[in-house]
Design a protein around this ligand. Structure first.
Ligand code: FAQ
Length: 311
């Protein structure tokens, strides 16, 4: 049974009226949003690392500029998202401490290595592609600050996906070696991208409540299907083969059928034991420690200014 406050709240959500920071909200709604938004922010921040790995090795000045801009965009997305979580009463220090201690989750996808330049193409095409499919509906989610942050994020993600697809197009129409490199990147990034949408709906513990609160508008499997349908068509355009023998158009369903990902691998990555989990957290810890003098200087400056204004 819902209380009167909860009833009013749910009515607003059902009528598609945005919830704003100062509005009454159930504690569970606040907690769920802080969990999802902070995980999302951490993903953007950790998500800079796999691609950052190729900035110094991009094959041309133009590619380097584009990649640099893209990776900076991800940093910006992380910052808007931390701000959105702060509107719910979360503290940025706590969120970052939870990331660095390994307590907080971030997207499984960023725990895989970027072995060749083609991986930068595959990430833009598939990972940013998956991110857009997930995030466009969030522009209409019930929580105002999160919904509004997603509008700009999605515009930038569209550019990211185009740059990735462009890299894949150039490689797949290049020499035999380039085409092989593009195919190899697709082979390695396909299944992690399919799993990025989260566990099967039956295993998705948070979905039912998040959908009732309109934090999520579509289930994990619905978004996964949309991703696969789009990617299958795009792979055809690139003349690359998706590494799933069960992938097949099903005219009755009007969707592609597809094989089952290796969910043991997914849960292993979530537990911190994927190919690059340790390396990623180590890089963030080292960046955080390296930035300590900047934080100290900023605090010292603010204190000095305050003292001067007070006198
Ligand atoms: N990785 O009950 P559900 C980007 C966890 S895009 C790790 O289904 P929920 C852009 C989940 O947290 C990537 N953990 O959970 C970019 C839960 O654990 P908890 C970030 C995962 O929340 C591109 C448990 O499993 N995007 O960064 C994953 O209802 C290129 C049970 O799952 C977002 O975060 C996973 N893949 O649905 C940047 C979008 N999947 O918390 C750089 C917003 C599930 O109970 C380069 N988030 N888990 O301990 C969402 O839409 C949702 O949170 C889902 C998961 C759909 C990810």
């Amino acid at each position: 049974e819902l209380s009167a406050d909860e009833r009013t709240f749910q009515d607003r959500v059902d009528q598609d009226i945005r919830i704003e920071p100062k509005d009454w909200m159930p504690e569970g709604y606040r907690k769920t949003l802080i969990r999802q938004i902070s995980q999302h922010a951490h993903s953007e921040i950790i998500g800079q690392l796999p691609e950052g790995n190729w900035i110094t090795r991009a094959p041309s000045l133009r590619r380097k500029l584009i990649l640099l801009a893209k990776v900076q965009d991800e940093a910006g997305h992380g910052l808007y998202l931390y701000s959105a979580a702060e509107t719910l009463g979360a503290s940025r220090e706590d969120m970052i401490a939870d990331l660095l201690s390994g307590k907080a989750k971030y997207s499984s996808i960023f725990n895989y290595p970027t072995l060749t330049w083609a991986d930068i193409g595959a990430i833009g095409w598939l990972v940013d592609g998956a991110a857009i499919i997930n995030q466009v509906p969030i522009c209409r989610c019930s929580y105002g600050p999160y919904a509004r942050a997603m509008v700009r994020v999605c515009k930038e993600e569209s550019f990211h996906q185009r740059q990735g697809f462009d890299i894949m197009m150039v490689l797949s129409r290049g020499t035999e070696a380039q085409k092989a490199m593009a195919q190899d990147a697709l082979n390695r990034w396909w299944w992690p991208s399919v799993m990025m949408h989260g566990p099967r709906d039956e295993e998705s513990v948070n979905s039912a409540q998040s959908m009732q609160w309109r934090i999520k508008l579509f289930s994990n499997d619905e978004l996964r299907q949309k991703f696969i349908d789009e990617a299958a068509e795009q792979a055809g355009y690139l003349s690359l083969e998706i590494p799933d023998p069960d992938l097949k158009w099903n005219p009755d369903r009007g969707h592609y059928d597809y094989g089952e990902p290796d969910w043991d691998e997914f849960w292993t990555v979530l537990k911190g034991n994927g190919p690059c989990n340790r390396e990623r957290l180590e890089a963030r810890r080292s960046a955080h420690n390296g930035g300590e003098w900047v934080r100290d200087a900023a605090v010292a400056y603010a204190e000095k200014r305050q003292a001067r204004q007070a006198s």
